[in-house]
Design a protein around this ligand. Structure first.
Ligand SMILES: *Cc1c(COP(=O)(O)O)cnc(C)c1O
Length: 385
């Protein structure tokens, strides 16, 4: 059967070139990057040139990159690490209501374990944070603002430059979760003006279990994972050399192809959405009409349950998601759509289609043939209709 993967915001297939680059570090080049001997130094060299590639891709220097186990760890590290390092300055953090669970749960941890107060900024109907509310929320004891670059469920891109200006003016650290941005939109940490930035390799056709935290020079952070003297004593643990090499290769290719891929994806998703809108009534696009990732379409099919849509799509080999992979499986409505004020009778039938560079026009044609009959059939059976 055909298999059309449209869940790239959950994870992406590993590129062949990435696997090839990683292979030697699983076998002959097995050295520990901390070892002094030549085997260790070969691994160290691979790590450091990877760090340089990634640093260059995001407009900074290698020394500002700390390798982690992925986006979740980078978010935890940034939020808890900055909070712990600044306890004497204050215990207030500002974030948004639509962040990834890794950010929201790290903030909850600060509230529950360290007595922090956290402001969860509301968003408008397109999922954009309200900058006036942000300014009003700033207090003398605010130590950190954490607002994501692009949302994983709806693809809306936040006004990061404006937020960093506000943060800087008030002397507050600014962290952004750019896991969904890297490889999709140009990310230049200098130009964006962020202090800390989270990345993950497996969202851009790299391996799972490896990511990075960018940290501006001079920032004091409390290590989150204690251990040896790895990563300038900021993050203990033997380095995942094959993962790091694969991460850099994935970043290198994605950055090289970024405009071509963006154009390709925006053409595919436009065709997909227009095609569905021509065939079906009462379907709605969630997220910002323009400030969005080109690969992500979150669409509400009114009168249907998202879960039954997913199962029926899966039977035809169309693999999508009801929202974030972490919360799907629960029948709870998405916290992102709730924050945007999407009414429950519309949000319950929401599907996230997230495309990748390897998707083709034929995939869109196939979906446009298969999806409308499924939707019509389910609507006929629906008691909500
Ligand atoms: C996937 C994702 C994460 C988590 O990254 P992992 O490497 O899977 O831990 C964090 N933030 C966003 C926005 C994501 O999409």
């Amino acid at each position: 059967m055909k298999e059309i993967y449209l869940d790239h915001n959950a994870t992406t297939p590993l590129r062949k070139e990435v696997l090839e680059a990683m292979m030697p570090y699983f076998s002959d080049e097995y050295g520990n990057a901390s070892s002094v001997h030549s085997k260790g130094q070969a691994a160290r060299k691979a790590v450091e040139s990877s760090r340089e590639i990634i640093g260059k891709a995001i407009g900074t220097e290698a020394v500002d990159i700390i390798f982690t186990s992925g986006g979740t760890e980078s978010d935890n590290f940034a939020i808890k690490g900055i909070a712990l390092a600044n306890l004497n300055k204050g215990r207030h953090v500002i974030t948004s209501a639509i962040e990834h669970m890794a950010v929201l749960e790290s903030c909850r941890f600060l509230e529950q374990e360290l007595g922090f107060e956290v402001t969860y900024l509301p968003v408008d109907r397109y999922g954009v944070v309200d900058l006036n509310r942000l300014k009003e929320s700033i207090r003398k004891d605010t130590v950190l603002i954490s607002i994501m670059f692009a949302n994983n469920e709806i693809g809306t891109i936040q006004p990061i430059r404006e937020i960093s200006r506000i943060a800087k003016k008030n002397g507050i650290y600014f962290h952004t979760d750019a896991v969904q941005g890297l490889g999709k939109k140009p990310i230049d940490v200098e130009e964006l003006g962020v202090d800390l930035c989270s990345f993950s390799a497996h969202k851009l056709n790299g391996p799972k279990g490896i990511g990075a935290l960018y940290m501006r020079k001079g920032i004091e952070i409390t290590p989150y994972q204690n251990g040896g003297h790895h990563e300038r004593k900021k993050r203990g643990g033997t380095l995942n050399v094959p993962g790091i090499v694969g991460f850099a290769k994935a970043v290198e290719i994605a950055t090289r192809d970024i405009y071509r891929t963006d154009e390709h994806l925006s053409r595919l998703t436009k065709r997909f959405l227009n095609g569905l809108q021509k065939e079906l009534k009462e379907i709605y696009l969630n997220g910002h009409p323009k400030d969005r990732l080109s690969n992500t379409l979150n669409i509400s099919f009114r009168y249907i349950e998202g879960e039954s849509l997913l199962l029926n799509f899966d039977l035809k080999g169309i693999l999508a998601s009801t929202g974030s992979a972490c919360t799907s499986g629960s029948l709870e409505p998405s916290h992102v759509l709730i924050a945007m004020g999407v009414p429950p009778d519309i949000s319950q039938g929401s599907i996230r289609f997230s495309f990748g560079y390897e998707n083709r026009d034929e995939d869109v044609d196939y979906c446009l043939r298969e999806i409308p009959p499924i939707v019509r059939k389910l609507r006929e059976m629906s008691p909500l209709c």
